[in-house]
Write a protein that binds this ligand. Structure first.
Ligand code: ADP
Ligand code: MG
Length: 619
């Protein structure tokens, strides 16, 4: 089963193995170079986005090399799914953790020592146990693969002290290469990971953060539950996540959706471990379609067919937004990321920030919130803004997969409105907050206005014709675009910034976004094919797709694995496009390797033939 080892493995031998095991015709960006480095015995370090295909970079070498690859993965609850997925491709994978009883553990050990395991999944705390490292010394190892490697860094956002035990690997096993993978690491975190793991001149990859198959949309929030329901009616049976900030809102939204016939379940830290585990499991197995959750949900979930992520409340920062939206579309198929943006959310988040203990933390959090609010209200390509935040330049003029680039949002000039507001700010001495400024603009009769004689200023009542809501949102946009700033010391007071002054004096214009119509870009069906980054393009038979999807669910249940482990959405879509009629044609479908063909090929061929038979629904 082994190909010639080392860096000289010919390209076609690797591609042949890729096809045979995984049923993939080509490598994704960086995969081949990483696989080659590992085959050559080098340490590697890779930052690749979620869905970039990191697992394959250690699974393929583990299959090709003699000896076992030890995979360190942070969450025991998800290890079984990872092992099931590898095993379903014919890899000899096992978990070794506290969920096994003594007999099972002894059996895994026996096979390990006998050299009958390609991939052994363990939690980091396992490696901290002395006995375990010594046991491994009597095993032939080919690689240590560290998943979610950023957890070892205190500079990262998910530091886990358990990961520190991994520093001992290189010392204990100087002859075994170490491969570290993560989806998020700043340069500082990268350096930290490399030092702590003591990687030796690692082959390093920093891939683009771009997720070409995700469609980004921001839309004004008015009635969360109604908007969500409307969004979901275009996506029957699809898997997705709805994020909300508070537990109470998670519960009420999940209940609302359930009452309206959506298969939904809540997830938050207040629910108790059994309920959380059960709801996550049901989602993973497509038994529940929508999880409504706080950000406690999602870490390490490998479910590949999440078709949408809706943020019903404003995320705290861009890191969170990127990570949460990133949980959709791992399979490379189109997925839709919708953010419902209400101005009120900014002040709700500020309320929590203002209560933070440390001043420096407050400052950082507040700066990040401003960036988030700006993202939600800018009038430029969302993809460019998102990547720009992470220091990456996005070159194309039009990304083709966000609401701005698809023209569902238009820019409207609002320079005059901006001048009215800023003039009121300046003429009242830059000493008041938004509520008072709106009162002045609208010509209200309040005690405060009488006390300060603000009915005498020139702009008093200049905006009478429009509702307060309108002026409030102009102020929010001015803040988001940094034409106004809010003092953070003491009471929130509005001031005009230098660039704001340019608008005030007519040297610069100001525009706001107006939504045209919401275009459900990435729903299942032929419409989805228009999305960029989602190849191969072409129509497919939606009815057949549904037919195959239910077969997938049935087979997954029988085998007690999540449906995406059987076949990905992408594989089902290709099947419904090509309608294979022979084993050879079936084997040519992406994701159908030798083992999958043997296990499921006939069942799917029968289902396709059945669907196409005259008189059945598909003819
Ligand atoms: P990551 O761990 O980087 O988030 P995964 O390893 O879970 O990503 O892979 C994401 C999805 O992409 C999986 O469904 C996997 O089967 C698929 N995939 C990986 N490599 C390829 C490839 N070369 N061609 C097609 N699909 C791939
Ligand atoms: Mg992964």
């Amino acid at each position: 089963m082994n190909v010639s080892q080392g860096k000289d493995t010919p390209s076609d031998e690797l591609v042949e193995a890729l096809d045979r095991v995984f049923g993939f015709r080509s490598f994704r960006p960086n995969q081949e170079a990483l696989v080659r480095a590992v085959l050559a015995g080098r340490d590697v370090f890779a930052v690749m986005p979620t869905g970039g295909g990191k697992s394959l970079c250690y699974q393929l070498p583990a299959h090709l090399l003699d000896g076992t690859c030890v995979v360190v993965s942070p969450l025991i609850s998800l290890m079984k799914d990872q092992v099931d997925a590898a095993a379903d491709n014919g890899l000899r994978a096992e978990v070794y953790n506290s969920t096994l009883d003594g007999r099972q553990r002894a059996e895994v050990m026996r096979r390990l020592v006998a050299g009958a395991i390609d991939l052994l999944y363990v939690a980091p705390e396992r490696l901290a146990m002395d006995g375990f490292l010594s046991t491994l010394e009597s095993v032939k190892l080919c690689l240590f693969a560290i998943d979610e490697a950023h957890c070892i860094s205190e500079w990262g956002h998910d530091f886990r002290p358990d990961y520190l035990a991994l520093s001992r690997i290189v010392e204990h096993f100087p002859g075994v290469p170490v491969a570290a993978f993560t989806a998020t690491a700043t340069h500082r975190v990268q350096q930290d990971i490399i030092e702590r793991l003591a990687l030796r001149d690692p082959h390093t990859v920093r891939a683009s953060f771009d997720r070409a198959n995700l469609f980004y949309q921001v839309t004004p929030k008015d009635n969360v539950n109604g908007q969500l329901l409307e969004f979901l009616t275009h996506r029957p049976g699809e898997s997705g996540i709805g994020y909300r900030t508070t537990r109470a809102n998670v519960d009420s939204t999940a209940a609302f959706l359930s009452q309206h016939g959506v298969s939904a379940a809540p997830y938050h830290a207040g629910l108790g471990p059994e309920v959380r585990q059960a709801n996550q499991e049901a989602f993973n197995r497509d038994e529940v379609h929508v999880v409504v959750a706080t950000i406690a949900f999602g870490m390490g979930i490998d479910k590949s067919n999440v078709r949408f992520v809706v943020h019903a409340d404003l995320p705290k920062n861009m890191e969170g937004y990127y990570q949460e939206t990133g949980r959709s579309g791992r399979d490379g198929e189109p997925a839709h990321c919708l953010l419902l943006f209400g101005r009120g959310d900014i002040s709700k988040q500020r309320y929590f920030i203002d209560r933070m203990e440390s001043e420096s933390e407050r400052e950082v959090a507040s700066g990040k919130l401003n960036e988030m609010a700006r993202f939600a209200s800018t009038n430029a390509c969302r993809r460019r803004a998102l990547l720009g935040y992470f220091g990456e330049r996005y070159e194309p003029e039009n990304c083709g997969a966000c609401d701005i680039c698809r023209g569902s949002v238009e820019q409207v000039d609002a320079t005059v409105d901006a001048q009215i507001v800023m003039s009121a700010v300046v003429r009242t001495g830059q000493r008041f907050g938004a509520a008072h400024v709106v009162d002045v603009v609208c010509g209200a009769d309040t005690q405060k206005i009488r006390d300060f004689r603000h009915d005498q200023v020139k702009t008093y009542g200049a905006g009478k014709g429009r509702p307060k809501r309108h002026w409030r949102s102009i102020i929010d946009d001015l803040i988001a675009q940094e034409f106004l700033e809010v003092s953070r010391d003491g009471l929130p007071i509005l001031r005009v910034t230098p660039t704001g002054g340019e608008v005030l004096f007519g040297r610069r214009t100001f525009s706001v976004l107006k939504q045209r119509k919401v275009e459900p870009a990435a729903k299942a069906g032929p419409a989805a094919r228009r999305g960029k980054g989602a190849e191969p393009a072409g129509e497919y038979d939606v009815g057949l797709f549904e037919h195959l999807r239910s077969l997938r669910t049935k087979l997954a249940r029988e085998k007690n694995v999540p449906p995406y482990v059987v076949f990905s959405d992408r594989t089902l879509r290709e099947m419904s496009q090509l309608a294979p009629a022979s084993e050879a044609q079936m084997r040519a479908v992406t994701g159908v390797g030798e083992k999958k063909l043997a296990q499921y090929g006939q069942a799917f061929l029968d289902a396709i033939a059945d669907y196409r038979r005259p008189g059945s629904q598909g003819s």
